[in-house]
Each structure stands twice: as structure tokens, then as C-alpha cells.
Write a new protein. Structure first.
Length: 230
């Protein structure tokens, strides 16, 4: 594979994965190292995709670390070699890029390829993630944008990268029930329906339940238990 055809984020993930393997004393560079690097990338597309799928980067990073902890380690190693799994991953990612009409191999191509590489496929499946879910999330984050340069993330949907669709999570039953916050939920909905000054602000110390109020509204929207304007 021509590494010049990797996007900046994909190359950065490879570099960080190699450093991680060295820190962990692993003699080989595994796909799980790449996954761990991708989910920890600031402003990367993979964390945004995980959030779209109702998962968290921290949770996936934890699962990747647990998988890597079971890999063999050596003391005083002279270098880190590319594993067969990683070779397969890079070739599969290149195929993914070609099938999608992209000119560069990006982070999302690596993530999609991981669903076809045995170890990472099992890891992702254990977290409830498969190829179809990744593609669905990718359509929301990336839309019809093609990867024609080495920094495609700058063109992707900012909301998809930095926000979670709580209504979608509520529709999929991914939010916990909200109990005892009916008054606050109703008050926020009243503010949202105003013609002017309709931006509610929730203020309070961490842990008092601000997010729970928003999740309560999302659950009501998902079940249709809101005024028509919402």
C-alpha cells in the first residue's frame, strides 16, 4: 500500500499506534493499536461515528486496551513489526476507499476494514458495531462528501463530529428513563415554543441533572409526547 495515499489523520493514527506498541512492549503492530489510536484522535471522524452509533470513544478505547493486554509482550525488543492482521487491514481499507470513489484512504476506511479483520471484527461486534451501522453513521457525518484530499475531516458535518443526536438515541432505547424531572422538562419545552427568546439555558453544578432534563425532552420527542411545534 502506498502510504502517500493516506490522509493526515490516518497517517497520524499509524504513527501513534506504532508508539503505543513500543510503550506496551508488543513485538508486532496490531489492528487493535490502530483502533485505539483512531478512537483517541482529537477532531477525528471515528469518535464522531461512535457517538452517532450510541457508543463513546472512551468505551471503545477501553475495549481496545483490554484486547491489547492479551497480546504477547517482550522485554528489550529491537523494533515493532507489522502483523499479518495489520497488512490485511491496510489492504482492505484501500479497497474500501476505491469502492467509495475516494482518492485517499481515510480513518473511516480503516474502521470499515476492521469489520472484516477477525480480531477487530470480534471486538467491534462485542460493542454492538457492524459494517452497516458504520455506513449509516458515516452517511450522517460525511454526507456525499468524497475524500479528495489529505484533510477531509474539515469538510465533514460539524454537528456530526461534536454532537450527539439524543432523539435518535431515545428512539433506539439507548437513554435511561428520566424520573422526577417533569416540571423542569415542561418548563424547557415552554421556552422552546416561544416565538422570541426561545433559547433555554440550564445552569447548575456538575451532576445535578442538566443532561437528564435534555434527555427527558428527547424521549418525549421520540414518543410523540410533545406539542406539535417540537
Amino acid at each position: 500500500m502506498n502510504l502517500e495515499k493516506l490522509t493526515t489523520k490516518a497517517r497520524e493514527a499509524l504513527v501513534e499506534a506504532h508508539s503505543q506498541a513500543q510503550r506496551d512492549g508488543h513485538p508486532e503492530l496490531y489492528p487493535e493499536h490502530i483502533l485505539l489510536a483512531l478512537v483517541q484522535q482529537r477532531d477525528g471522524v471515528v469518535p464522531a461515528l461512535l457517538l452517532k452509533m450510541g457508543r463513546t470513544p472512551d468505551g471503545m478505547a477501553r475495549a481496545a486496551r483490554e484486547a491489547l493486554a492479551r497480546k504477547p509482550r517482550v522485554q528489550g525488543q529491537s523494533g515493532v513489526h507489522q502483523s499479518k492482521g495489520l497488512t490485511d487491514l491496510l489492504l482492505r481499507a484501500e479497497d474500501e476507499a476505491q469502492q467509495m470513489g475516494d482518492e485517499y484512504v481515510s480513518s473511516e476506511h480503516l474502521l470499515l476494514a476492521m469489520t472484516d479483520v477477525s480480531d477487530t471484527a470480534r471486538l467491534l461486534s462485542g460493542e454492538g458495531i457492524d459494517r452497516n451501522k458504520i455506513l449509516e453513521a458515516l452517511r450522517e457525518v460525511r454526507g456525499n462528501t468524497r475524500v479528495t484530499g489529505q484533510d477531509p475531516e474539515a469538510q465533514y458535518d460539524a454537528l456530526g463530529k461534536y454532537c450527539r443526536d439524543l432523539t435518535e438515541l431515545a428512539e433506539r432505547g439507548k437513554l435511561d428513563p428520566v424520573i422526577g424531572r417533569d416540571d423542569e422538562v415542561r418548563r424547557v419545552m415552554q421556552v422552546l415554543q416561544r416565538r422570541t427568546k426561545n433559547n433555554p439555558v440550564l445552569i447548575g453544578e456538575p451532576g445535578v441533572g442538566k443532561t437528564a432534563i435534555v434527555e427527558g425532552i428527547a424521549q418525549r420527542i421520540a414518543t410523540g409526547d410533545v406539542p406539535e411545534g417540537l
